[in-house]
Design a protein around this ligand. Structure first.
Ligand SMILES: NC(=O)c1ccc[n+]([C@@H]2O[C@H](COP(=O)([O-])OP(=O)(O)OC[C@H]3O[C@@H](n4cnc5c(N)ncnc54)[C@H](OP(=O)(O)O)[C@@H]3O)[C@@H](O)[C@H]2O)c1
Length: 231
């Protein structure tokens, strides 16, 4: 079996066997440098991973009902979040955007087959062409409450959710203990830039279990299930 087959069969099994009952199964997936950077320090877009790793990312997207990023990533990268380098259906694009900063020109607002879902805490924003806006509860920082957002997505049919970043979103999901699986691409470079994981204030550690890995040309792919343990 090649890496595409091994990874997809592991993920499909995990999604079936470890599916939570009131929220989606969450796969966290992103690419980082050797020093844990996901972007340059000024957060300008940076292509880190190679072509084969990119194909893995697109394959992973095809194995999820929804794909979620933060508004920071939309503002810097203007991503499409499609499955264009793999076969399969595009997952539902979802943005966490408490203050409704999404620009109408964003590529995610111009997808023909699926309206983008924007989860916000604003009460006075209305959906517009290409975008459906949903009001969520706020957390103590005034941002979208992840627990509420995941329950909402689950009710709307998103049973398998891929979270792609950026750093504040990755940190929030880890902090809340809401990650079930991790698929991490490590690119053999030092960037000394914007780190994927910021300070975590947790009274437990998150361990990667049943760890598997594969070389994708120069990149290293690591994946496994995430389990939290009290310290
Ligand atoms: N290498 C990779 O795989 C990869 C993947 C994705 C992104 N990136 C990079 O990551 C950088 C962007 O990351 P970022 O940290 O600036 O932005 P981000 O994580 O994409 O988005 C953060 C924003 O999301 C909003 N948000 C709403 N609810 C939230 C919650 N519960 N927790 C956290 N944030 C919440 C906040 O803005 P409001 O308060 O206004 O809602 C927050 O500022 C870019 O440089 C991009 O290129 C790299």
């Amino acid at each position: 079996m090649n890496v595409h087959q091994v990874l997809s069969s592991w993920l499909l099994n995990s999604q079936q066997e470890k599916s939570p009952h009131n929220r989606p199964f969450v796969t966290l997936s992103y690419a980082q440098s050797l020093d844990g950077s996901i972007a340059r320090s000024d957060r300008k877009p940076l292509i880190l991973s190679g072509e084969e790793s990119m194909r893995i990312t697109h394959q992973l997207r095809s194995l999820h009902d929804g794909i979620l990023v933060g508004i920071g990533t939309v503002l810097t990268d203007d991503p499409q979040l499609t499955v264009r380098h793999w076969q399969g259906e595009n997952p539902q694009p979802i943005i966490l955007d408490s203050r409704c900063r999404i620009p109408m020109a964003a590529r995610l607002c111009h997808r023909t087959e699926k309206n983008c879902w924007v989860l916000t805490t604003c009460s006075d924003m209305k959906s517009f062409d290409g975008v459906e806006i949903y009001q969520m509860q706020a957390n103590e920082e005034g941002r979208v409450c992840l627990k509420h957002a995941l329950e909402f997505l689950y009710e709307r049919g998103i049973k398998r959710l891929m979270v792609e970043g950026g750093a504040q979103i990755i940190t929030s999901f880890l902090q809340a203990g809401l990650v079930d699986a991790l698929v991490l691409t490590i690119c053999p470079r030092f960037i000394g830039g914007y780190r994927a994981v910021q300070s975590l204030h947790m009274d437990y550690v998150s361990n990667l279990e049943s760890v598997q890995s594969a070389r994708l040309n120069d990149d290293l792919l690591i994946w496994g299930s995430l389990r939290s343990q009290k310290v």
